[in-house]
Write a protein that binds this ligand. Structure first.
Ligand code: MG
Length: 263
């Protein structure tokens, strides 16, 4: 028995070493004073944004990812499942619950991204089960979409949070059924040849014109209930929208590719 246990211990050590060799990045610690998904963390102050004045027209150098007519720029995020299965209704994309996430056919690195979204009205459900979707930069780093209008959840999971990492600076929600506007600036992470992250990703987010994420350092992939270390990935990856089972609507999605900042 003693020999068997010793053997298991050696194998365990070997397995751990292999795992470390595959990912040289450390598991990140919680940023700030609160553990992930803390419900004792004070919620962001509510700020009432100005009125929605209609879709913000794409500038001349933008790539329009959805113009109200076609999902041609999108496919199923699962590459084995072909075209995007979400619906286009009245000029909006409507999540067809259960059909899976969708992703852009093109890949992107550093971007300015404009997304408009609307939570179901009347609202249904509570907490994370209420108008949940998400905008994933590089299919990996989520800016949360959630009905957080007079609706509680853990602050690092409410609308405009960098999911599981940073609550928004303020709660800038409009009511469900109204259009929410995200303007996102994203700088991708950089990795060295060994797969170590040399420059983490950075995110700035405006929600309904209000600054809610101010050049934040993304500590790794955004994951539920755990801290995931960075894992090296290509310089360009699709933008992904999340099917969380709720019929959230999207419209007027466009992106500007940014020149890479020196690092
Ligand atoms: Mg989400």
């Amino acid at each position: 028995m003693r020999i068997a246990l010793a053997t298991a211990g050696i194998l365990g050590t070997v397995a751990t070493s292999v795992a470390l060799a595959q990912n040289p990045n450390p598991v990140p610690k919680d940023p700030g004073a609160y553990p992930q998904h803390s419900r004792t963390r004070p919620p962001p102050v509510v700020v009432t944004p100005g009125p929605y004045l209609g879709p913000v027209a794409a500038p001349s150098d933008a790539i329009v990812l959805f113009d109200g007519h076609s999902l041609s720029e999108w496919r199923a995020a699962d590459t084995t499942k072909g075209d995007a299965k979400w619906q286009v209704k009245s000029g909006d994309i409507v999540i067809a619950a259960g059909t899976g996430d969708i992703a852009t056919r093109r890949s992107f690195g550093d971007v300015q991204l404009h997304v408009e979204w609307s939570a179901p009205n009347p609202p249904r459900g509570e907490d994370q089960d209420r108008g949940n979707s998400g905008v994933f930069l590089m299919s990996t780093y989520e800016v949360q979409v959630l009905d957080s209008y007079h609706a509680a959840t853990y602050p690092d999971g409410q609308a405009a949070s960098i999911y599981g990492q940073y609550p928004p600076l303020v709660n800038a929600m409009r009511p469900p059924g109204e259009w929410q506007v995200y303007d996102i600036v994203f700088h991708r992470p950089h990795f060295d040849a060994a797969g170590r992250v040399t420059t983490p990703a950075r995110l700035t987010v405006f929600h309904n014109g209000i600054l809610v994420q101010d050049d934040m350092t993304v500590i790794g992939p955004t994951t539920n209930s755990r801290r995931a270390p960075y894992a090296a990935h290509p310089d360009r990856l699709p933008i992904k929208l999340q099917d969380h089972g709720h019929p959230v609507r999207f419209r007027n999605i466009w992106v500007r590719e940014l020149p890479e900042v020196a690092n």
